[in-house]
Design a binder for this molecule. Structure first.
Ligand code: ADP
Length: 320
């Protein structure tokens, strides 16, 4: 297996029609599943990468459905632990009439918070992860873990890299998941030091570090010494720092941006899939852009598989 993505998948409740925010209690809700690393895992698998998703779930019907969906995407679920009596976290999306989206979460007791915490499960998981060519995690993965589990994971990533594995990381900063910005900065900096492929979003970096411009963001992150540094900036060109050179890769215009949920996650999937299939970093950014372009043309993070396949065939057969 090539890629393992570690993190949390949640039950998602979203209004069926945009602009229903003022009608709380009367809005029709569509139920789905999403989570940053889950989104990336799903799209990477659709681009032909052999993917394992790593999380903890409960023994409720929603956890069952997550497993069914992962398996339906051809994703390995053998490293997913099940905790009796528990159920996944939940979030709701509110769309306001002016097109903004608000997220409210119920995830404090989610089983995924116990990732890497139990010593017996941890040793089994390490053996599984050591078989992978690449591990993908995000700032959200780290934020939901306990401090001692994070320390264990950090130590393991050092071993994993020494054994030849590559670590991909997206800082995905969500302030409410952290006790303080200072805690988030310390943890993210520690994990950047064990990252080979940093797939960052400038907006999140600014929120976390207060960067005044992209030059400051580049300079700080280059200091961590990762092999590949990618900075996403919405419709602005993606920046790549690789082998001592800085390149800006243009983002093709998207005619109709319906919903940018999952843009960064799907970009990461396209990028990682291409890199793991031997494509250059620059061409992999183009693959990431193509994947994100497709996802932002749809409402929600995960495009249903049949629609994804037909859109991929009609727009960019060489995509990812
Ligand atoms: P995030 O979802 O992490 O906030 P960004 O907003 O930077 O990430 O977007 C990630 C990628 O999605 C971009 O690099 C680009 O490929 C694509 N993208 C996002 N917004 C647009 C847009 N308005 N037009 C075209 N592509 C976009």
């Amino acid at each position: 297996m090539k890629l393992a993505a570690l993190g949390e998948v949640m039950v998602e409740l979203a209004p069926q029609v945009a602009g229903q925010a003022g009608e709380q209690g009367r809005a029709l809700l569509r139920q789905s599943y999403a989570g940053d690393t889950y989104n990336t895992a799903v799209y990477a698998a659709r681009y032909g990468v052999s993917v394992s998703y790593v999380t903890l779930l409960g023994d409720d019907p929603y956890s069952e459905e997550v497993l069914t969906r992962l398996e339906g995407e051809g994703i390995d679920t053998s490293a997913i632990a099940r905790l009796p009596g528990r159920c996944p976290g939940l979030y709701m999306i509110q769309n306001t009439a002016d097109g903004e989206r608000y997220f409210t979460y119920w995830r404090g007791e989610a089983p995924a918070r116990e990732l890497f915490a139990d010593p017996v499960r941890r040793e089994l998981l390490k053996a599984h992860l050591l078989q992978m060519a690449c591990l993908y995690l995000s700032g959200i993965t780290l934020a939901i873990m306990t401090a001692s589990a994070r320390t264990e994971l950090l130590g393991f990533l050092r071993e994993y890299r020494a054994a030849g594995g590559r670590v991909a990381f997206d800082s995905n900063y969500r302030p409410r998941l952290w006790r303080s910005a200072q805690e988030a900065r310390e943890v993210v900096a520690a994990f950047m030091a064990v990252t080979d492929m940093a797939l960052l979003t400038f907006e999140d970096e600014q929120a976390l570090w207060g960067d005044i411009d992209v030059a400051e963001c580049l300079q700080r992150n280059r200091g961590h010494g990762m092999a590949e540094l990618v900075i996403k900036r919405g419709a602005e060109p993606v920046l790549l720092h690789y082998e001592g050179e800085l390149t800006a890769v243009g983002v093709p215009p998207v005619a109709l941006v319906v919903d940018t949920t999952g843009a960064g996650d799907s970009f990461n999937a396209g990028y990682l899939a291409a890199r793991l299939q031997g494509t250059s970093p620059e061409a992999s950014i183009a693959a990431g852009n193509r994947c994100a372009a497709q996802v932002i043309g749809y409402r929600g993070a995960i495009i249903p598989l049949p629609e994804f396949v037909s859109a991929a065939q009609s727009s960019a057969p060489e995509a990812c």
